[in-house]
Write a protein that binds this ligand. Structure first.
Ligand SMILES: Cc1cc2nc3c(=O)[nH]c(=O)nc-3n(C[C@H](O)[C@H](O)[C@H](O)COP(=O)(O)OP(=O)(O)OC[C@H]3O[C@@H](n4cnc5c(N)ncnc54)[C@H](O)[C@@H]3O)c2cc1C
Length: 205
């Protein structure tokens, strides 16, 4: 953990449900995706998902969550819900997987070098007086320490690209994204915002 312990990440629990394929469901040839999703059978079973529970980081399998996935399948593809006998199946007998999506306060992932937050706060204290203050010095990066996380619900798309970003930074190569996007992803953005907000007069409640 160490220097990355204070990154402002929060958990969103998600559970998938696995249901055995049968003659009717085997006709499904493509992923159907809406408020929920169901995938064609693989290794004899379909994957249905997923629940979305903010501020829960437990990864136990819950029958109630299987029930919620089945209920949403009933809305999405009623004929498949019927094929799985969704109203009568005992959710405690179903397989699945629960895991955690980590998200940031602005729901953008983090990718970049890690700073010493205490040194950052001291060096850029002027941000509390004027959030537009410009600095020309090199930030107090921790040598060789980079992070990418906070991929939330889209990590299958964003994690490979931001892995490239980290590799480029670590090997001092041109980053594969424009500067404004790199800034938007910088882990230090939250340190800077915290400082800028600390100087604001209290807002009327
Ligand atoms: C139910 C569910 C459905 C999802 N559906 C989609 C989807 O449809 N599309 C999509 O794009 N994304 C989806 N996601 C999100 C996607 O899975 C994540 O965004 C992605 O896996 C994040 O990748 P990651 O490598 O950053 O983190 P992870 O995949 O979480 O990997 C982190 C790894 O680090 C390991 N680790 C943690 N701490 C330490 C440590 N101290 N030392 C060593 N190892 C450590 C963990 O064990 C883990 O293996 C879904 C997530 C969930 C939970």
């Amino acid at each position: 953990m160490g220097p990355t312990a204070a990154l402002p990440l929060k958990p969103i629990r998600g559970q998938l449900t696995f249901v055995d394929a049968n003659a009717a469901s085997g006709a499904l040839r493509t992923v159907v995706c809406g408020e929920s999703y169901v995938a064609p059978a693989r290794a004899g079973r379909h994957c249905i998902g997923a629940t979305f529970d903010v501020a829960d980081d437990a990864v136990d399998l819950r029958p109630d969550d299987h029930r919620r996935n089945l209920d949403r399948l009933a809305q999405l593809v009623p004929v498949l819900h019927a094929a799985f006998d969704g109203d009568r199946v005992d959710p405690a007998t179903l397989g699945g997987r629960a895991s955690v999506r980590w998200v940031t306060p602005d729901y953008l992932p983090l990718a970049g070098a890690v700073c010493d937050s205490a040194v950052f706060a001291r060096r850029y204290a002027a941000l509390a007086r004027d959030a537009t203050t410009h600095f020309d010095d090199v930030a107090p990066w921790l040598p060789g320490l980079y992070v990418t996380t906070g991929h939330g619900s889209r990590g299958l798309v964003t994690a490979p690209l931001l892995g490239e970003v980290i590799a480029a930074l670590a090997f001092d190569e041109p980053a594969p994204l424009p500067v404004d996007v790199m800034r938007a992803l910088a882990p230090t953005r939250f340190d800077a915002r915290r400082l800028a907000r600390s100087g604001r007069p209290p807002q009327p409640s």
